[in-house]
Design a protein around this ligand. Sequence first.
Ligand code: PLP
Length: 363
Amino acid sequence: MIKFLDLEKINNRYRTELEDRFKVILDKGWYLQGNENKIFSENFASYCGTQHCVGVANGLDALTLLIKASGFGPGDEIIVPSNTYIATILAISNNGCTPVLVEPDMDTYNIDVNKIEEKITSKTKAIMVVHLYGYAVAMDKVNEVAKRHNLKVFEDCAQAHGAIYNGKRVGNLSDGGAFSFYPGKNLGCFGDGGAVTTNDKDLYEKIKAIANYGSHVKYQNLYKGVNSRLDEMQAAVVDVKLKYLDADNQKRREISKYYRDNIKNEHIILPKAYAEEAHVWHVFAIRSESRDKLQQYLTDKGIQTLIHYPIPPHKQQAYSEWNHESYPLSEKIHSTILSVPMSPVLTDDEVETVVKALNDYQG
Ligand SMILES: *Cc1c(COP(=O)(O)O)cnc(C)c1O
């Protein structure tokens, strides 16, 4: 069987290095807000090219804290793609803000940057983009619109660690980037983890405090904060793996290139990349009008696939107020999309097997 993602194989490559780091933590007996978190935050900021990074408990918290620390709340609108994972939308509504959905561009599946401006009202405070599937959004246009309307821009980088747009990495293309280190992400830990990157020193200080009970100094509470910290074990894991992230992303690009050059089937639409460096292929998402049949066909051939995602946010029960609304492009993507195996540990044979199966599919 070809696994969608073999996490055990991915992480076992670093077993010795990880064991050494865990031993240091065990010997020291210091589990939160210690040296591992400090070292990783510095290394990740430097990797992304930003001045600051705060480790937090998960990706949803990273997104939520960016909005909270910027002072946005009830009555404020935040523009967000309609085609995204639910976490991006939850981060907005959990702050009491109103998510305003914008349809995707069918070439990139990311927010259509040309449809943002028409959604701006006097209540709009920010634009939250998502580098979906690992594909960096064309940020120049987003930042230009935001500047003209005096809006903040945030990036959901949970799927795009290391992707580059115009020479800069995601997380360094806006007022703040939110990352997830959920195990299956391109940079994943052994549980939950996340981070915020920014060049705004005030925002950095505020997020750091809010994530730690609203406190800069122990037992002095400046804000009504939360508890959202990247623990020492998880920080050590992502710090070890960060050194190999570019090589892993490069491997994903090579597999993607091979898929794109060799999969030839009129029933399958392949993803594109406007520049190789702009995409880190968190998933390789193909589309087919007979998606469910194609998924069953691949399952029968021992090839695991996943759907990212089966139900669009506006059709979720949690957002029943939107259920009657129509976002046809988003709906189209959700009903046709299928992610096939993609990871830095796929073997050439496995990749070839996937290609052959897809080319043999009769529709
Ligand atoms: C994974 C993911 C998140 C949430 O990250 P968690 O660490 O699971 O909270 C947010 N946005 C997107 C696009 C994601 O893929």
